[in-house]
Design a protein around this ligand. Structure first.
Ligand code: SF4
Length: 342
């Protein structure tokens, strides 16, 4: 990709999310995907989980539309399944059987637990933030207003439901924080698009339909916090614009490598990255599971052996300041690698 190729006037939040953690992955996203209209970056390799997510989003959009049209607050399972069947029949891309089965599960959870809010509901609406040279765009799956609060919902169709603490922290009994990139950008984009007066809070949640009960991970953002978030986003967009203009997209490995659009094209050698790429269409996941199981058994064996040795002969020094030993904890002695007492 030539320098300047990505320096267009509109960035999708998906693209910026990648640029936030590893600029090179954002470049790969552009290189491996198409462009929707020549001005909006819409790339990334299309793969089965992505298609599954898109199919569920289509289902949810139609389901909500029908509920509004027919004056329903929820759907029966047969009704929900017939909408899903229509979605699958009309899709031009293949959804493999395993994903169809997962979609049926998600739809059954939707039928069991989704209740349409008693409010003016908006869904699949395009939102944008005008930053002068660049516009940041996204689509909010579902939102509604209740008093001074805007409720934003985003469907997540994978099994990667993070522990609550990795989305937000509890401060004074409220879920606060800015660790959920997408939700923060949606709150900013909602504010910039609708300019609703009198907003006090944004209650933003990821919703996980593959799990029973449609569990959520939420972050609450006060209206006053938006200015700080906005400054952060402007900084990210400016940095990304610089990468695009110069053609210099540094690679920064981390746990986020598992979401990289094309890790095979990463300039960082595999062994220097913390996460490998699993080929879903070979035996990759099974090989990994078997290897992890084998290593776990070896680790358990090593620990039991060392444990017995330490019981007989005392701590085993490791390096300059560590040792395998027992330490006293509130729940009893704990065996492991600990700092050596001076
Ligand atoms: S594999 Fe990791 S370091 Fe390499 S481009 Fe992708 S996200 Fe960046």
């Amino acid at each position: 990709m030539s320098p300047g190729a990505a320096a267009v006037s509109s960035y999708r939040q998906t693209f910026l999310k990648l640029a936030d953690t590893c600029p090179h992955s954002a470049k790969l996203y552009l290189e491996t995907g198409g462009s929707t209209d020549g001005n909006v970056n819409d790339g990334g390799i299309r793969e089965a989980p992505l298609e599954r997510g898109k199919a569920f989003h289509e289902f949810a959009e139609r389901a909500i539309r029908e509920m509004l049209h027919e004056g329903l607050t929820s759907l029966t399972l047969p009704h929900a399944r017939s909408i899903l069947n229509d979605v699958l029949a009309e899709r031009d891309r293949l959804v493999p059987l395993s994903d169809v089965e997962l979609l049926r599960i998600a739809v059954s959870h939707f039928a069991d637990d989704f209740v349409l809010p008693d409010a003016d509901v908006h869904f699949e609406e395009r939102v944008s933030i005008d930053l002068g040279l660049v516009e940041v765009t996204g689509k909010i799956d579902l939102w509604w207003r209740d008093g001074q609060t805007i409720h934003i919902r985003d469907w997540k169709c994978g099994f990667g439901m993070p522990p609550p603490g990795s989305v937000a922290s509890s401060v004074d009994g409220m879920r606060r924080g800015a660790k959920a990139f997408q939700l923060v950008v949606y709150a900013l984009a909602h504010e910039a698009t609708y300019h609703e007066p009198g907003i006090g809070w944004y209650d933003c949640r990821f919703v996980y339909p593959l799990f029973v009960g449609l569990p959520e991970r939420e972050v609450i953002i006060s209206h006053g916090e938006l200015a700080d978030h906005s400054r952060w986003l402007e900084g990210l967009v400016a940095r990304t614009h610089d990468h695009a203009v110069s053609g210099d997209w540094p690679a920064m490995p981390g746990k986020h490598c598992q979401y990289c659009p094309a890790p095979q094209r990463c300039p960082i050698p595999d062994d220097l990255r913390p996460v490998d790429v699993i080929d879903l269409f070979e035996d990759g996941p099974v090989d990994y599971a078997l290897k992890a199981w084998d290593l776990q058994r070896q680790l358990d064996r090593l620990k039991l052996t060392l444990n017995g040795h330490v019981k007989e002969y005392g701590p085993v020094p490791v390096g300059e300041d560590l040792q395998w030993s027992f330490i006293d904890t509130q729940t009893g002695p704990r065996f492991g690698l600990h700092k050596r007492e001076p």
